[in-house]
Design a protein. Sequence first.
Length: 159
Amino acid sequence: MVPVKIIAVGRLKEDWFRQACGEYEKRLSAFCRPEIVELREARLPDCPSDGEIAAALADEGRRILSAVPPRAFTAALAVEGRRFSSEALAAELAARQSDHPSLCFIIGSSFGLDPEVKRAADLLLSFSDLTFPHRLFRVMLLEALYRSFTIIKGTGYHK
C-alpha cells in the first residue's frame, strides 16, 4: 500500500473536525497508509505587515519542506492550482503511484504557502476559487483522496 502523507499547518481544535478526519483516515487505510502531520502555524500579530507574513510563510515553508518524504509525489493545495474532476484526480494519482514511492499533500496556513513550497511541489492543486477554512479543507481533501482510491479500485462509493 502506498503511503499518503498530508502535511497541514495548524491544528484541528474542534472535536467534530477531528472525528470527520478520523473517519476518512480509517476508510483510506483500506487503500493506502494515511498519515497526517500537523505543523505549528507561525505566530503573527492581529494586523501583520506584508513582511511579517512573508517571514512567517518562509518559516512554515522550511518546516513543510523538511517533512516531505524523499522522492514523494508532492501536491501543494493552492487556489491558483490545477483543478480535476474526481475521475481525473484518481487517474493522476494512479499514474503518479507508479513513479513515486509515496504521495504527499500540503495544506498551508491561513496566509497560504511560501512560494518556495509551491516551486518545490510537483503539482499545485486547487479545489475551487472559493476560500475554505483550513480545518474544513482537511476533511475535504481526505474525502477527495478516499473517493479517488475507490475510483482506482473500482468500488461503488463514487457514483
